[in-house]
Design a protein around this ligand. Sequence first.
Ligand code: ADP
Ligand code: ZN
Ligand code: MG
Length: 472
Amino acid sequence: MYQTVVGLEIHIHLNTKSKAFCSCLAEFGDEPNTNVCPVCLGYPGVLPVLNEEALTQGYTVARALGCNLSQRTLFDRKNYFYPDMPKNYQITQFHDPVGRDGKIEFQAHDGTIKTIRIHDVHLEEDAGKMIHAGDMSLCDYNRAGYSLLEVVTEPDLTSGEDAEAFLLSFQRLVRYLGVSDGNMDEGSMKCDTNVSIRKAGEPLGTKVEIKNLNSTRFIKKAIEFETKRQATALETNQRIVQETRLWNENRDVTESMRSKEGSLDYRYFPEPDIPPFLPDAAFWAAVESRQVELPLARKHRLTAAFGLSREQGDFVAESRFMADFFEQAAKESGNGLAVANWLMGDVQKELNHFNLSLEASPLTPFRLAQLQKLLDSGRIHIKIAKQLLDAVFEQNKDPEVVMREKGLEAITTEEQLSPIVDKVFEAHATVVEAIKAGDARQKGFLVGQVMKATDGRAAPALVNSLLAKRLG
Ligand code: ADP
Ligand code: ZN
Ligand code: MG
């Protein structure tokens, strides 16, 4: 009877070589405190320099999310004291984000298409990492100053399942755009989850913000837990306290961390060391050139064009690489349905077997299309096709080359098959006599012998018709 209301604040690490405001390498997993300099360590008297690539990527995402793009962006200082940020402030965009008021479609848990409004998209820098060990706290500033993009949704999501589906589709989107790898377990995508409940038709309820969620599954569970906790509270006449809560993954519950500080506490003011950024024509052209067909649109187009099922459509549109691979092979072979089946079935098996990604494998769209064309033109049978696929992975050769080298081409003419049938008849003369005398049950045996003698290469219809002719 209560509705769940969810708004997300999603952070992604942008795909930039260097940090947002200095030239330190933005590398993951290096020795602690090796990618640092006076700027990201907050020494006095140094000046930040804006990374234009980070801005380009930020605008690219905002544009893909249908935002109104800022003609002039400015940075602000968000002031707070905590050892993970040696400057004692974070550079962010409070007043002039790169984009506002966007909207994006996603496929909800039940398959329907829903629209989520985007409040804003803004650029900021990440903080360092604190490691608490016994009675010590260690700081690693390699991550301090990384370019982060924050995407804030309006409170339009209505269940844990939909929040999970939305996050997965957002992850796919940033990967398609090439602006982030979006891996939650590596920390390149994080999400603060805001949850409230209300009765139908009522205004929004008081929300809590859940931090520390590093998987979409936990986000879904945390939302479901919060819905129940808040409902119980309201039913027993308690008030919901606006606060920050943490997800306890051992107990599957959220726990109160602190009551929410208002935004005034941060004393936002414009960053005086970075001039306003005014995109010029070349900048807009770069943002435009980075737009891609969005994953959902691509899935719909490929599904319709090649008659795929929903499951096949999801599979082939999962990544841009897979979608490009599929589309090329489907066009080249003229049989998209079969290509999708290969990719979901035997190709996955080969990849697992050789522990390879499709990107790194010897299979190309051309080779997969060639395999399917050999099959569709009757030059090989499905069993041989599977052997050839295996050979592509084992030997890194075109299927047609392997087919020729190993003489695997199907036997499709009477001329080729006749001498083989002769030999089989010789070897099994008594069976042949028995069949001719009326014992039809043994026909299958002869068919099997012919298939065996040809290593399965004889076209079954040809074998049947030739035997029928010979046996009268
Ligand atoms: P704050 O002032 O706490 O930062 P905002 O209004 O800026 O809150 O919203 C932050 C996030 O919380 C947004 O993603 C927004 O959609 C979400 N949100 C706001 N109000 C609610 C609510 N009542 N229930 C659920 N989510 C909400
Ligand atoms: Zn630096
Ligand atoms: Mg806010």
